[in-house]
Design a protein around this ligand. Structure first.
Ligand code: DP6
Length: 360
């Protein structure tokens, strides 16, 4: 055990969220969170849509506690416990230097922790807050407990918090690989290309609605696994081929191929949600209008210049290249008009560029 002095060791870390361009939907094992197919995502610029987590460990703490955005939440859920258990099992002693005195802090893995994640964008609105949140929690706990394991091992731990979280451990383009081991040890995230690889790729996030989604990703994908025949076809026949094509498109910075695959995969993901009993609707009318505008624009240009993708919520991610030329023309050409009703509070976050999408 650590010595009984009243010390507190703290670590603060930040982790960005990620956008899936080939989506994970469905688990083979609910406890280990083993996805039924590989996925590919783009990690956002860490200056935007980040979560910040401070964690602390001390012999004075009597139990594990968490405050999400300043409000205490229950830690009874198995996911947090699994992540905590796994990080603790890799803990190492720390040599801590204070006021010139080197103190050896032992037994960190046996002590209770306090965790304070802050998420400064809407949660449960389909903005992958759980991906960033869980990745940040695992990363900061690992730093706190002086875990020596590399990012791939940490990604397998974060995956046990949320399937999409494993991908936020890396920047750039990331494959959330589902492999063969039954215990999930080889279901890890792998970086395909770093954040500098495709630096004229611009991502806009249009928050069509910041209302909480009615069906969480976790329960939605459980219902889909139980009831959708289309999901089996998607996981076995469609996604493996798309993963290969998407990796090639990213390697070659081939935007038309990247855009075609991104849009097709978003549409098939939502088709699978519709094929669920009862059907799940994540998009709303505004989401559908964004799809029409992008499709019309790409059709008139003859080759895809803009891509959209929607996760488990109505908000949209629009990926652009050559934004300076395209952005003003695209929005003028499509004359976006988002009706100001209660379900539609369009905001935008522009990643990697300062251009702002205006609410018409
Ligand atoms: C549509 O990772 O939030 O965003 O593993 O149950 O926590 P759990 O689900 P989650 O699902 C993400 C689904 C998705 C696609 C994706 O990010 O790959």
């Amino acid at each position: 055990m650590a010595n009984a002095e009243k010390w507190v060791l703290t670590v603060t870390a930040q982790t960005p969220t990620n956008i899936a361009v080939i989506k994970y939907w469905g688990k083979g094992d609910e406890d280990l969170i083993l996805p039924i197919n590989d996925s590919i995502s783009v990690t956002l610029d860490p200056d935007h849509l980040c979560t910040t987590t401070s964690v602390a460990v001390s012999p004075a703490f009597t139990h594990d506690r968490m405050w999400l955005n300043g409000k205490e939440v229950s830690l009874s859920g198995g996911r947090f416990q699994n992540c905590l258990r796994e990080v603790r099992s890799c803990a190492n002693d720390v040599e801590d230097e204070k006021e010139g005195v080197l103190k050896s802090l032992k037994g960190l893995g046996d002590l209770h922790v306090h965790m304070c994640p802050t998420i400064d964008f809407p949660t449960a609105a389909g903005l992958a807050s759980s991906a960033a949140g869980l990745a940040c929690l695992v990363f900061s706990l690992a730093k706190l407990m002086n875990v020596k394991e590399d990012h791939s091992r940490l990604s397998a731990i974060a995956r046990q918090g949320s399937g999409s979280a494993c991908r936020s451990l890396y920047g750039g383009f990331v494959n959330g690989s589902f492999l063969k081991e039954e215990n999930g040890s080889d279901s890890i995230a792998v970086q395909l290309a770093d954040e500098k690889h495709w630096d004229d790729l611009v991502i806009i996030i249009a928050v069509v609605s910041s209302r909480q989604k009615e069906t969480s990703s976790t329960s939605g994908m459980r219902e889909t696994v139980e009831t959708s025949m289309l999901l089996q076809h998607r996981a076995k026949e469609v996604v493996p081929e798309r993963i290969i094509q998407m990796e090639e498109a990213i390697k070659n910075r081939d935007f038309p191929a990247f855009a075609r695959l991104t849009c097709a995969d978003s549409n098939q993901f939502h088709a699978v949600c519709l094929d669920t009993l009862p059907p799940i609707f994540y998009m709303n009318d505004t989401s559908h209008r964004i799809i029409s505008c992008v499709e019309k624009w790409n059709c008139s240009e003859g080759t895809p210049q803009v891509a959209y993708t929607f996760d488990a919520g109505p908000k949209c991610r629009i990926n652009f290249t050559q934004t300076e030329k395209l952005l003003p023309n695209f929005f003028k050409g499509c004359s976006f008009h988002f009706p100001p009703n209660s379900d539609t509070d369009l905001n935008s976050y522009v990643i990697g560029d300062q251009t702002i999408l205006q609410d018409a």
